[in-house]
Design a protein around this ligand. Structure first.
Ligand code: ADP
Length: 254
């Protein structure tokens, strides 16, 4: 059974229809990349699956149950959501920040178990050494790992990431994608919006391409990432190199 099912979902942001009759299924342990040009509805889809936005039409199911039947707390224990931008909470240490990911479990104050789970999450992303560091003293790549750790601290079965590698240098991009793949191989379902199509080709199990709020294509990377599809989706010519699992611009600088 699919962990996530999206059925005929349409979402409006004010008067603007950001998603149009979207259909999607994501299986357990699958790494789904959501691609599409700016404004195509990627963030809106992630926020809808995370329960932050409500569809005007259609339904999202998690483990076969309608998303709207879950309480906020139940949902927070199942889904870890890493938004693209985070309000700075620079006065916290890394451990204090990751602990805030345990909110869905807390009734009075953090327990020993909460600390253990927060440290375990930091270990999973290879950032346990950073626990006592102020958030303000992290590099971009370190901060990205730490906000993923915060999402993992709630022990989610589904991890939702909004462009996790934007603003990172190539080394950190690979590091984050390797981490994301490790998590999915360990059975976590991961849904991530992405811009770098080479990374998508190399890491995703399945690709959902959005255009103007509609599903343009959905399938394995080699099915969706064709030169023809990408020209239609992005309006630009690219070269797909299957032997390198790479997508590059077709045009050299003039
Ligand atoms: P993406 O993540 O693919 O860049 P988004 O889901 O963020 O796309 O946005 C979808 C579209 O909705 C964009 O065209 C954006 O301009 C528009 N939009 C976002 N927020 C609002 C809003 N509050 N009111 C009207 N339109 C909005």
């Amino acid at each position: 059974m699919a962990v996530i099912r999206v059925r005929g979902v349409s979402v409006y942001l004010g008067d603007h229809q950001a998603l149009r009759s979207v259909e999607l299924e994501v299986e357990r342990g699958e790494l789904l990349a959501v691609i599409g040009p700016n404004g195509s509805g990627k963030t809106t889809l992630l926020r809808t699956i995370a329960g932050v936005l409500k569809p005007r039409v259609g339904t999202v199911y998690i483990d076969g149950r309608e998303l709207r039947e879950y309480s906020r707390r139940e949902l927070a224990r199942r889904l870890g959501y890493v938004p693209q931008r985070l309000a700075p909470q620079q006065s916290l240490t890394v451990l204090e920040f990751v602990l805030t990911g345990r909110r869905a479990y807390i009734s009075f104050d953090y327990t020993r178990r909460d600390y253990e789970k927060a440290l375990e999450a930091l270990r999973k992303v290879g950032a346990e050494d950073l626990a006592d560091r102020p958030l303000s003293a992290l590099s971009g790549g370190e901060f990205q790992r730490v906000i993923i750790a915060r999402a993992l601290a709630c022990e989610p079965e589904v991890l939702i990431l909004d462009e996790p590698t934007s603003n990172l240098d190539p080394k950190y991009q690979v590091e984050i994608m390797e981490l994301v793949r490790r998590l999915s191989r360990s059975g976590m379902t991961v849904i991530s919006s992405m811009h770098d199509l080479t990374q998508v080709y190399r890491y995703a199990d399945k690709v959902l391409a959005l255009k103007d709020g509609r599903v343009y294509a959905c399938g394995r990377p080699e099915e969706v990432l064709t030169e023809d599809n990408l020209r239609q989706i992005y309006g630009v010519k690219v070269r797909v190199l299957p032997e390198y699992k790479a997508v590059i611009p077709d045009q050299l600088p003039t």
